[in-house]
Design a protein around this ligand. Structure first.
Ligand code: ZN
Ligand code: ZN
Length: 117
């Protein structure tokens, strides 16, 4: 079949027809990307960590709007991909929400590096 049937965009209320294989129109394509990122994140972490940590992680990330809190303090807007302990566990930090912050890969690497020194 050379022409796959077009389907309506999955965005609620959007009537735009999209080519077969895609779920969203161009205007709403970012929603599909976001959804995929969440699915990938969930799978990756469900394997290595316990369920409680996955849930906590997601809570912290959504509390911080998914933005790196270290970058935010210096006026940068960066998507956080990790959750970091403000006070490292090696220095008596806990897993309490107040001690956790969303952080980007770059800041996390910098922080981990300086903690080791
Ligand atoms: Zn749409
Ligand atoms: Zn950062």
């Amino acid at each position: 079949m050379p022409n796959r049937p077009k389907r309506p965009c999955k965005h609620r209320g959007c009537r735009e027809l999209v080519a077969g294989g895609k779920s969203y129109c161009e205007q709403h394509a970012h929603e599909e990307i976001k959804w995929k990122a969440d699915a990938v994140r969930g799978n990756r972490h469900a394997r290595g960590y316990g369920n409680a940590w996955v849930k906590k992680r997601e809570r912290i990330l959504s509390r911080d709007c998914g933005l790196c809190q270290v970058c935010k303090r210096i006026g940068r807007v960066t998507i956080a991909t990790e959750v970091d302990h403000r006070v490292p566990k090696s220095q008596g930090g806990t897993d309490a929400d107040e001690n956790l912050q969303s952080i980007c890969r770059e800041c996390h690497a910098t922080k981990t590096g300086s903690e080791r020194r």
